[in-house]
Design a protein around this ligand. Sequence first.
Ligand code: NAD
Length: 257
Amino acid sequence: MRLVGKVALITGAGSGIGRETALLFAAEGAKVAAVDVNGETAAAVVAEITAAGGEAIAVQADVSSAADSERMVQETEAAFGRLDILFNNAGVMLSGDDDAINTSEETWDRTMAINLKGVFLGCKFGIPALQRAGGGSVINTASFVALLGAATPQLAYTASKGGVLSMSRELAVIHARENIRVNALCPGPLRTELLMKFLDTDAKKQRRLVHVPMGRFGEAVEMAKAALFLASDDSSYLTGTEFQVDGGITAAYVTPE
Ligand code: NAD
């Protein structure tokens, strides 16, 4: 077990990447604070963890709220005494997200509030907890679209993930001497609810898959395994990276037939 004695806070833990990561981290010995705006799904993950003999608490919180973000860290420290791993993973891809002409100001603001400000707030309140614990690992979920322009327009989402990536890099530099590592996880296109809802026709799914050398969508559990590496001491010399787990999409100029 690779996370024995560690405490992990995971946002967006009710579904997809966050859910798989909560289950995997707990199985690896971590105590887990499963945070989600949807309190029911967070509680369901906690029930699964405890049924398997692990330790976890559910926290209902909206990461775009400073008060909620402060409380999620407080509740984690109150329950488990410390925080070692901060996984700022919650994110949305709104259906109205489009190109510059067609994306509404409201869609832009809401995307930024959750995807970008949410990560900032997680760090604002979470990094002091890591400092109190003597160090730790921060993982911020960005995306391959922080590195490549997508042909299916999702401008607010793409811009928010670019912000997550550059913020993570700078945080890594700022906190490197404090035994705090900060890495961005850049998933490729995944078969999770978030993307499948957005690419809501077969034609749209195929349009995206055409670019993936491996020829398939990734699975949330494949991101959880990457997050485990970033969270654990196995990645002790790794900070400031854009950790691409993407089926090769960012490496491809032309994909094989
Ligand atoms: P998902 O929709 O399955 O899970 C996201 C979770 O975040 C949900 O449980 C949702 O309730 C929660 N959430 C949404 N808004 C929140 C808020 N304001 N506060 C707290 N929780 C909130 O999505 P997923 O695919 O697991 O995505 C997780 C992360 O991975 C996101 O940041 C997403 O942008 C990123 N990502 C996904 C893909 C993909 O293809 N699915 C690719 C690259 C990056």
